[in-house]
Design a protein around this ligand. Structure first.
Ligand SMILES: C[S@@+](CC[C@H](N)C(=O)[O-])C[C@H]1O[C@@H](n2cnc3c(N)ncnc32)[C@H](O)[C@@H]1O
Length: 358
């Protein structure tokens, strides 16, 4: 996508990048949406925000040096960063991010293996499946965790129990429940498509998978390493690891067939409205009558955004309830579907389900 195509006036999630995994979101791309504010104002506000950040960082450093109850100190820092981000506004916040990342406190925070992985981006993009494995406490990242300093482990104790990660673990469990519920309803001919499957961790706890209650479960992801991980773990099951991208789906490149359940989690957070609506349309076309499509998104009420965007260099498009309704409604014929939008329990993730009438 060319910058000239970006609509700067829309206050909902902004189009920031092209359709594919090769161009996932970066904090720098967001700054392109904030060009409208006068430079003088921004510079003045930046000075204030910088001073406020220095104060926060000093207090945090004192608490870290004292070495007492580090997880509590990290919790405090994450809350402060959320408030600072909200107060600064998008244009100032984008200018503050590199200053935070260059601050000595960043070196301390990056002792946390989850924070470090996110910042380093070993897979070359934000939000790879191994990053989510830290949140899941998965054994595949145990070596990486074990390499951490004692201080890093203490920080990690809070970062993976912050509201965002808590919501991500609930999201995985919700996905497992959907898979099992649909398989129980539709029987052994059930066909499932997971878009942006990552490592498909929700399959680990699926009773339907364990009991051969699913005919076919296509797990699509753009990252060949994630696909290889799924292939290794779920060989000799009905799971079909499939390398493919959103771009490929939109171009109708794969003949995947039709499904009883299609879902995407950890993907819409990177998709501009236009792409999200088009992808939803494509997924609804692949749904059998009586089938359900689910998509999840980090909500505009999420609490960890300031910490994630700065110390973790992990940018997400947060969406409000209205924005979720907008995607669901603009992508479907209301006479043929039933749409719902609902919250996860701590309101950091929001869901939409679209049921295709039988
Ligand atoms: C945050 S992870 C989520 C993984 C999994 N769905 C979960 O909930 O744990 C995001 C996944 O989306 C995949 N992804 C990102 N952009 C994509 C695209 N354009 N097409 C296909 N997959 C994409 C990444 O490769 C990554 O595995």
């Amino acid at each position: 996508m060319h910058l000239s195509e970006i609509n700067y006036e829309v206050s909902v999630a902004q189009p920031l990048f092209s359709l594919d995994g090769a161009s996932l979101i970066t904090p720098q791309s967001v700054s392109n949406t904030t060009a409208a504010q006068p430079t003088n104002d921004i510079n003045d506000l930046l000075l204030t925000a910088e001073a406020e950040f220095a104060l926060i960082a000093n207090i945090a450093a004192q608490r870290f040096e004292a070495g007492k109850n580090l997880p509590e100190a990290v919790k405090w820092l994450i809350t402060q960063m959320h408030e600072l981000r909200a107060k600064a506004g998008p244009a100032v916040w984008q200018k503050l991010i590199p200053l935070i990342q260059a601050h000595p406190s960043a070196e301390i925070m990056q002792q946390c293996p989850f924070t470090r992985w996110s910042f380093d981006k070993p897979r070359g993009y934000s939000g790879d499946a191994s990053l989510i494995d830290f949140i899941y406490g998965h054994e595949d990242v145990a070596i990486e965790v074990a390499r951490s300093t004692p201080q890093g482990l203490e920080i990690f104790e809070y970062t993976i129990n912050a509201p965002g990660p808590v919501a991500v673990r609930e999201r995985r469990d919700i996905l497992t429940q959907y898979v099992d519920r649909v398989a129980a309803e539709k029987g052994p001919d059930t066909e499932i498509l997971t878009v942006a499957a990552g490592h498909l961790r929700e399959a680990e706890a699926s009773e339907a998978l364990k009991n051969d209650g699913i005919k076919r479960w296509v797990a699509l992801d753009q990252d060949p390493l994630s696909i290889a991980t799924i292939a290794r773990q779920f060989q000799n099951t009905c799971i079909e690891p499939t390398e493919g991208s959103v771009r490929g789906l939109l171009a109708n490149k794969y003949q995947l067939g039709t499904f009883d359940l299609i879902y995407a989690a950890g993907l819409y957070d990177y998709l501009a409205d236009r792409v999200a609506i088009r992808l939803t349309e494509v997924c609804l076309d692949m749904l059998k009558p009586g089938g359900v499509f689910l998509f999840a998104n980090f909500s505009n009420e999420m609490a960890d955004d300031g910490y994630m965007e700065s110390y973790m260099n992990w940018e997400l498009l947060q969406r409000s309830e209205e924005e979720m309704w907008k995607i669901a409604k603009l992508s479907s014929d209301q006479s043929k579907v039933e749409v719902d939008v609902w919250w996860g329990s701590n309101r950091n993730i929001i869901y939409s389900t679209i049921h295709k009438k039988a």
